[in-house]
Design a protein around this ligand. Sequence first.
Ligand code: ADP
Ligand code: MG
Length: 479
Amino acid sequence: MASRRGSTSVILPSGQTLPSYTRSSEDDDGLPHATKKFTLTPQRMRIVVEAFKESLELGLSKHGQVVPMIPTYVFGWPTGQETGSYLAVDLGGTNLRVCLVTLQGDGKFEITQSKYRLTEEQKQEDGQILFDFCAECLKAFIDSNIETGVIEKDHVLPLGFTVQERIDHGVLIRWTKGFGSPNTEGHDVVAMFRKSLAKHSVPAEVVALTCDTTGTLIASHYVNPKTRIACIFGTGCNAAYMERAGDIPKIKELGIDPNAEIAINCEWGAFDSFEHENLPRTKYDIIIDETSNKPGEQAFEKLISGRYLGEILRLIICELIDEGVLFLGQNTYKVEIAYSFDTAFLSLMESDPTDELLMIIGIFSHFFALETTLAERQFFRALAKLVSRRAARLSACGIAAIVSKMNYLEEGCAVGADGSLYNKYPGFPERIHEGLQDIFGEKGKTIVTYHAEDGSGIGSAIVAAMTKARRDAGLYPTL
Ligand code: ADP
Ligand code: MG
């Protein structure tokens, strides 16, 4: 029989005193458990890296693997000398963004853009209606740029199209089909978009379809040629890098020159899905997974990305509420709403500069109508640190897997990273770097992440330029 737990406190290694409850020796559920389970030792990280590497290789060798390792339409690095004007359309989850990018060569560019908010109805609507809306916005954008003389009248501009959603396995089949033939059959998204462009007489020609991660890889390399890997740490997480065609066994039958290079969209958020053999998961992670709309899937992403970090912390808080340790006598319904605790709150909690932790007082009182003691606030902050530090260290494992697979350690490389978690969470990049050194030792210092260039605007335009050049040279596949 589990004993009723009483309120007490524990001392973290940092010396902070945290409220907790007493636990019997066989009871492994308490906070010390959470503390331990969220911590990753260097040995454990190296084991994760090895397993990750195997998953990446498996994804390259066969179709339909857990980590899909999707070959994109992007062949090789940009030269940095790409020039000309391109349109880029980014259909994200909340916004439609339309850009005019002028590539000036030498890794330089200019960008003009407009954003249009998508309504809930628009997102629910039939795809064709959504594309019609995109076409109308694009037309308005082009017209206004013609008026100001930025775009020439009667000039058809090449366009790169970015979708944030996962372009899944299906595309690979289309890719295989499209290879060696200019035929667009099967390219649903592009075909639909072209239809809408024609309907609204928009002077734009879709030449490339990319995901934001591949775009980030290309844009980052354009301005910083040391870039070998791109990562996204936003609502979701993903990575892309450049692979030798000869090292992608699953597309061998396409007969591509083995020394040609192809950008791979890893979709690495799927690592360890279903089997859950390699990543250390706490019971909170398991709850998130089991109550998610896709249980078993995106196992890596669920430990790392912005969508989940706040929820992990919220689940710990809720457990302590249930056990009568926190917020006794207060109405806790607000914090009991699933996903009510945004990851941005963790950022704010960690960056609170005051001794009294006034920012944390504000978050709890304003958003959750809860009063907190200083000890509780220190505890919440320590928890935020545990959760985000684990996310950064696991991210380092993913990066290390690619680095190790591609032998980038000796000469070192730059990793372009984007997304709110990377850009806004205090210390996230530093914690990734610390993780890389825990994995590789001193040599880990040669792998440096930096804030990437905009993948869905500039990246998409560069991909359009590269694809157009290939098409003009009679090289396929193109869309
Ligand atoms: P997207 O992934 O849709 O392109 P972002 O890169 O902005 O968008 O990531 C959004 C995610 O980042 C959300 O899950 C949100 O909770 C989280 N987020 C937003 N602001 C912050 C912040 N200041 N610190 C940490 N995470 C944040
Ligand atoms: Mg994004």
